[in-house]
Design a protein around this ligand. Sequence first.
Ligand code: NAG
Ligand code: NAG
Ligand code: NAG
Ligand code: NAG
Length: 358
Amino acid sequence: MFLFMFISTICLSATADVCPCDDAELCLPIQQERDFEVFVFDVGGNAWRSYNWSIVTTVAAFGKYDPDLMCYAHSKGARVVLKGDVSLAQIVDPGNRTAWITEKVNQAKTQFMDGLNIDIEQAVEAGSPEYHALTALVKESTEAFHREIPGSQVSFDVAWSPNCIDKRCYDYVAIAELCDLLFVMSYDEQSQILGDCIAMANAPVSQTIKGYYQYLDLKIDPKKLVMGVPWYGYDYPCLNLSQEGVCSIEKVPFRGAPCSDAAGKQKTYNWIMKQVNSSMTGRLWDQQQQAPYFNYEDQKGQIHQVWYDDPDSICLKANLVKTKGLRGIGMWNGNILNYIDEAAQQQTTMMWNALVQC
Ligand SMILES: *[C@@H]1O[C@H](CO)[C@@H](O)[C@H](O)[C@H]1NC(C)=O
Ligand SMILES: *[C@@H]1O[C@H](CO)[C@@H](O)[C@H](O)[C@H]1NC(C)=O
Ligand SMILES: *[C@@H]1O[C@H](CO)[C@@H](O)[C@H](O)[C@H]1NC(C)=O
Ligand SMILES: *[C@@H]1O[C@H](CO)[C@@H](O)[C@H](O)[C@H]1NC(C)=O
């Protein structure tokens, strides 16, 4: 045991000394605070080279660790933060919790990263041991990161509404208080369909806005809230497409609801922009949900309905970031635009611009 600890300590300090950047200064943690957050989830690969770095402030690195991304982000004054996910049952034990946090801090330090994005989407019952453990995890992680990596940022991903969405009954008020910011995942809003089992928008405008009012009604500081918008949509095979264009979908239950968006498949904006051109309807706009959609027929003759977000629907939501003075905006995820085809350049630029200038 002692020998193992000794060896791992040596390994840690050995790697920690080697800065992979051309300029060793780029391995210092980002300390500067910017007024407006543009929070990007990156899932790996090279797309980050094409991001609009004049606006990006934080990259949550959910892919494999990429030292080039870290060096580049730092050269632009942007933070790179680790992903944090752990089974809550295992961190009810305080010793286990501390061990997990220590591991994350060490990992961030050896990789010259600037914080942690806690992405726990597990179902939790209010008042349960897991409920309290989660709050403690956020508190202790934030304290450890702030102490060990000056200027670091600890964020926590929450559902579009604090009302026990997907049975995630967390102590949202305490969690918001105890970390630097909440990334509000304003998408997958049809994860629990209680009414008609039909295809609907991933993130309808009025429902999305209602979610923010619910967070604000809890007296959560607007400066703790980053709006998350989807750069993807849902493709639903229709059991039946009515005359009025209503697409009924298969009943796939989720966390207590009889029907859910799991009846569809998530598709990237890149895929959607190609598919809309060969669709039956072209881009349609739903007045009530304020979202674009279209219908297409696949090679087997099956009709599909695709719901998604584009600069128009994103702008309607992004306006709230300004009017309510939220901390910023971000997306799931940065990778899924078309950064390759010359012809798609404008479409890609418009998606980035919709985040900050509507
Ligand atoms: C601590 O975590 C380990 C896995 O890392 C797990 O096997 C163990 O059951 C946990 N202990 C407690 C008391 O929760
Ligand atoms: C399917 O759509 C057609 C056309 O709108 C409608 O007449 C019919 O009742 C629908 N069938 C079912 C099972 O919903
Ligand atoms: C789709 O069609 C539009 C308008 O004709 C065109 O500008 C765009 O490049 C096309 N997109 C793709 C991905 O083919
Ligand atoms: C980056 O975003 C800013 C703000 O929207 C915009 O002014 C600028 O043109 C964008 N840069 C590129 C290369 O698209």
